[in-house]
Design a protein around this ligand. Structure first.
Ligand SMILES: [Fe+2]
Length: 224
């Protein structure tokens, strides 16, 4: 390996580490905004579960597939394919539906429409098929979900549910998997680099907006 290649490798490694650090901070900021489930009304708790389901059930596999279509590096693909394989063979959407129905929080029109605007922006963003930005977005989301699961489980428990397979499965911190996604970001950037004027966190910020709406709901959003 030439010195130049090693330099490029090191640059990419540190890019991955830098992104990982920034994403961890963004996740912590979002988690810090979560209201105490005990201080929410049953309707507010129902709304958070319902909006989360409206966003995730039909879209997570779509988002991961869009990212798979966007990446050019051969090393990034198996990481995304593994994830898709697990989602589909274990049918995570079925798990989520069971979780939501047991908590009597199946999404209504108001819940789906509350996240409509932000969801559309995410779809259009992923449709641009930008490898690095899409991977960064999915890495952010994976990290967020792991930290959010115990909160979601608490909301469902406060609604009287004991069906926790979905939150149990997704609350496990899969370090190898998260590291894999950040490594994929570095690898992708080395062959399909992000342009200097592009916003690396474009998708992360759009997804943060979706999550914010899941948490605060339509009424608080209108008041803001
Ligand atoms: Fe899943």
């Amino acid at each position: 390996m030439s010195t130049r290649t090693i330099d490029a490798e090191l640059q990419n490694e540190s890019l991955g580490a830098l992104i990982q650090e920034q994403i961890a901070m963004k996740i912590d900021d979002l988690i810090a905004t979560l209201p105490n489930p005990e201080q929410l009304t049953p309707e507010q708790r129902r709304g958070i579960i319902a909006r989360y389901t409206a966003v995730l059930e039909g879209n997570f596999i779509y988002w991961m597939t869009a990212t798979l279509l966007a990446v050019q590096s051969e090393e990034a693909r198996p990481i995304l394919l593994d994830n898709l394989h697990e989602e589909i063979s274990e049918s995570h959407p079925v798990m989520l539906r069971k979780f939501t129905m047991a908590a009597h929080a199946f999404p209504r029109e108001i819940d789906v429409l509350a996240v409509h605007e932000e969801m559309t922006k995410i779809r259009l963003f992923l449709g641009k098929l930008q490898g690095v930005q899409s991977l960064v977005t999915m890495a952010f989301f994976e990290g967020f979900i792991q930290k959010f699961m115990s909160y979601l489980a608490n909301l469902a428990a406060a609604q009287g549910s004991t069906e926790m397979e979905y939150t149990d499965v997704h609350g496990v911190c899969d370090i190898a998997h998260s590291q894999g996604l950040f490594r994929a970001v570095s690898l992708e950037n080395s062959i399909n680099p992000i342009s200097p004027d592009a916003d690396l966190f474009e998708g992360v910020d759009l997804l943060s907006n979706v999550i914010h709406t899941i948490i605060v709901g339509p009424a608080a959003k209108l008041a803001a």
